[in-house]
Ligand binder design. Structure first.
Ligand code: BG6
Ligand code: MG
Length: 222
């Protein structure tokens, strides 16, 4: 394994909770019950696809104009939550792992479904770690399609099989696996059971694990 591709929301920063709160606000307004469990399906998924899922849950059909207006409403609400974000919202031990890889000259990319990824990275001061950022403004097909990670690998000048993906979403793990990349889940093992390895958070990820995967010739067959 030669390069790392990090997801952003829920991996580097705890923005997954803000996405949830913004969707919950719209769901309440539309009278659609929406729980933390429902939100698992929204993780890693594009804004547009999330709204489609929400409307399917409520069995609501709408005009294109109404659809666009709810998309804007959700994003405006989300932007209010992230407005005041700073480095204190970087998840525990993320910086430790980024520095470990940087010190070893391991190339790193960001692969996020979010159209807000670049401003968030800047706000928390982590832009310099990533040699390339592939975000929701640059992909046509959303996770679980592997497009975002395949673009990231090619920009790092690496083969998909040489890349490790770190993800908190079921859709992201599926995308990494489809791309033939080594998938590392951050979160509950019961949710991320398709990942090659799972950690509750980065505090559980020892340097020995990173050393080991950097030595791997290829992704092991499960
Ligand atoms: C992903 C989040 O990173 O970005 C999803 O996990 C979110 O929950 C998606 O829907 C799109 O984000 P944005 O910022 O473009 O609405
Ligand atoms: Mg995520």
């Amino acid at each position: 394994m030669k390069g790392f591709i990090f997801d952003l929301d829920g991996v580097i920063v705890d923005t997954a909770k803000y996405h949830y709160l913004a969707w919950k606000q719209l769901a309440d307004q539309l009278g659609i019950p929406f729980t933390i469990q429902d939100n698992e399906k929204f993780k890693g998924v594009s804004r547009k696809r999330c709204l489609e899922l929400l409307l399917e849950m409520g069995d609501i059909q709408v005009s294109e104009a109404q659809f666009e207006s709810w998309l804007e409403e959700k994003n405006a609400d989300y932007l209010k939550y992230i407005e005041t974000m700073d480095a204190s919202e970087i998840l525990p031990d993320v910086s430790k792992v980024l520095n470990y890889l940087k010190d070893r000259n391991v190339p790193m990319a960001l692969g996020s479904a979010s159209k807000n990824a670049v401003p968030i990275l800047k706000k928390v001061g982590l832009s310099e770690y990533f040699s390339t950022v592939v975000d929701g403004t640059q992909v046509v097909k959303a996770k679980p399609d592997p497009e975002v990670f395949l673009i990231a690998a090619s920009r790092l000048d690496l083969l998909p099989g040489e890349c490790v993906v770190i993800e908190d979403a079921q859709a992201g793990i599926a995308a990494a696996n489809t791309a033939g990349m080594y998938s590392v889940g951050i979160g509950e093992a019961e949710v991320l059971y398709e990942a090659d390895a799972v950690f509750m958070d980065f505090t559980e990820m020892q340097p020995s694990f990173l050393e080991e995967i950097l030595r791997l010739e290829s992704k092991p067959h499960k």
